[in-house]
Structures are given as structure tokens and as C-alpha cells.
Ligand binder design. Structure first.
Ligand SMILES: [Zn+2]
Length: 285
């Protein structure tokens, strides 16, 4: 069972290797003492017909705009893809995506929105990966980071478990955007506006040198999407304590965190992983 003390243990454990090792021995459980935002949709008044709200309405009550839902075939398996964004904050042609995997045969459904809405409703420990966009890693297979591996391994794991949600958030470059990220990457290789400099920067150092924080990402929009799908709790694929804390603050019950690992991670990506560990990430590897 879970308690706030577990939560505090998780938050505090990033300080010492011993505490981290202890954390790895058991499942981390986080409890939310809150209410369903769906039931408090209009100016704090309980929504009257929550049970009959369709996916678009539920998402709307959570401050999300549903753009579209469609089946998508990925390596011969069918996922349901939800395109969405925050209400009133258009992402243009690059909406967030939520890829839903379940036993449902999406192509035989009369109402795809209803099928997606109910596919994982009430399910506990649903495997969820909240993946922030990294176009070089995700699409080009860059070995500077392990983003592409994480994306592929997460989806493989969900398929093997026969359910899961991959939430793909458009916060490229840890939230600083692709334009700035490209400049940061150049700095990492020792180039400043194309001119060879006197030193190379680490990933974190490059962000700071460019005037950014190390990490600008937020996860509340992912939490709201998870609430719209009505999962009872999640098993989150992450080593990032802040991600868990952010979800908890938004009302998501996290019943475990795991990370996925491939032996093929490059030395360059390992440098970045070590840097993450130095600022509190916890891996079971
Ligand atoms: Zn990456």
C-alpha cells in the first residue's frame, strides 16, 4: 500500500547513493489525495453527466483540445493515436500525441473515440512512457542520447504487456525548442556559431551557457491526458523523480517506476545519462 511517506522517501532519496540503492529494492508508490478534475469541470461545480461525456468533452473539461483519433500501424501492430493540445494554445501542425495500445481491435470499433476512452479505464499499473520530443534521437536514431532507444523499448514493452500509453510531448530539447537545441549541440562539440572554441561542453553546461535552465519540461498536460483516459494508476517508465513528482501533484497515482535499458547505449549517450544521474535521476540499471 502507499503513503505520503513513500513519496517523501522518493523525493529525498536522490541525495545519497545508499538511498538510491535502497529505492531500487522496492516499488515506489505515490498517492494522490485529490479529486477528479472531470467532476469539477465548470467553475468548480461538479459536472452533472460525467458518465455520458464523450472523449472530446472529458478532455475539454480537463483543459485539453482533442484534435483527432486514428488507428496507426507501427511495425505491423495497431495502436490508437490521439492528437491533442492544451485548449487555447495551438501547437500548429505538431500536436502532442498519445499512442494507446490495448487488446482492442481498433478497426472493428463502431465508435473509435469511445473505444479509446474506455480501453484502459479503471486499469491499474498501466505502463506509461511520457516521452519528450527529441527529433534527432527519435527519428534519426542519434546516438548522442538514448531517446530513440527509450521510445522504441517503451513501445516494445507495452506491446509485450498488451497495454500501455506512450505520450509524446512537443517539448524538444528539454523544453527549449529545436532551434536552441541545435546551438546547444554545437557547443557540446566545441563550436560556437560554427567557430571552433576552446572547449567542449556537456549537455547541461551547454544549456546553461546558452542562458537556459537545464530542464524546462513540464508534465501536467500528460497527466490530464492520463486522467481523460481514466486509468486508475500507472507504472511509469522513467528515471526522472521530477516527472513522478509533477504527475503526483496533478493527481496521478504512480505505482512504480522502471527504466528500460539496452546494452547498445553509446559512450556519448552514457555521458548524458551520467549527467542525469548527477542531478537526481534514478536508474535500476
Ligand atoms: Zn535525445
Amino acid at each position: 500500500m502507499s503513503s505520503y511517506s513513500d513519496t517523501e522517501q522518493y523525493r529525498d532519496c536522490g541525495d545519497t547513493p545508499a538511498a538510491r540503492a535502497d529505492l531500487r529494492q522496492h516499488t515506489v508508490t505515490v498517492v494522490f489525495q485529490g479529486h477528479s478534475p472531470v467532476a469539477q469541470s465548470d467553475a468548480g461545480q461538479p459536472a452533472k453527466y460525467v458518465g455520458s461525456m464523450d472523449l472530446s468533452q472529458v478532455m475539454g473539461a480537463l483543459g485539453l483540445s482533442l484534435i483527432s483519433v486514428t488507428p496507426v500501424e507501427i511495425q505491423k501492430r495497431l495502436w490508437a493515436c490521439i492528437g491533442f493540445e492544451e485548449a487555447g494554445e495551438s501547437l500548429g501542425d505538431h500536436p502532442h500525441l498519445a499512442m494507446v495500445y490495448s487488446d482492442k481491435d481498433w478497426l472493428t470499433q463502431q465508435n473509435l473515440h469511445a473505444a479509446v476512452q474506455g480501453a484502459l479505464k479503471g486499469r491499474r499499473r498501466v505502463m506509461v512512457r511520457i516521452h519528450s520530443e527529441c527529433i534527432l534521437g527519435d527519428a534519426f536514431g542519434s546516438s548522442m542520447c538514448d531517446c530513440g532507444d527509450q521510445l522504441r523499448l517503451s513501445m516494445d514493452e507495452m506491446e509485450s504487456k498488451r497495454e500501455g500509453i506512450l505520450i509524446y510531448l512537443r517539448q524538444e530539447g528539454r523544453g527549449i525548442g529545436l532551434r536552441n537545441k541545435l546551438d546547444c549541440l554545437a557547443l557540446q562539440y566545441g563550436f560556437d556559431q560554427g567557430v571552433k572554441g576552446h572547449r567542449r561542453y556537456s549537455s547541461d553546461e551547454a544549456n546553461v551557457a546558452m542562458g537556459f535552465d537545464v530542464d524546462h519540461r513540464h508534465y501536467d498536460v500528460a497527466a490530464r491526458l492520463m486522467q481523460a483516459l481514466g486509468i486508475a494508476s500507472t507504472q511509469l517508465i522513467t528515471g526522472n523523480p521530477k516527472k513522478i513528482a509533477d504527475l503526483e501533484a496533478c493527481g496521478i497515482k504512480v505505482e512504480g517506476a522502471l527504466d528500460l535499458w539496452t546494452q547498445g547505449t553509446s559512450p556519448r549517450a552514457m555521458e548524458e545519462i551520467q549527467e542525469k544521474i548527477s542531478r537526481g535521476y534514478i536508474y535500476q540499471r
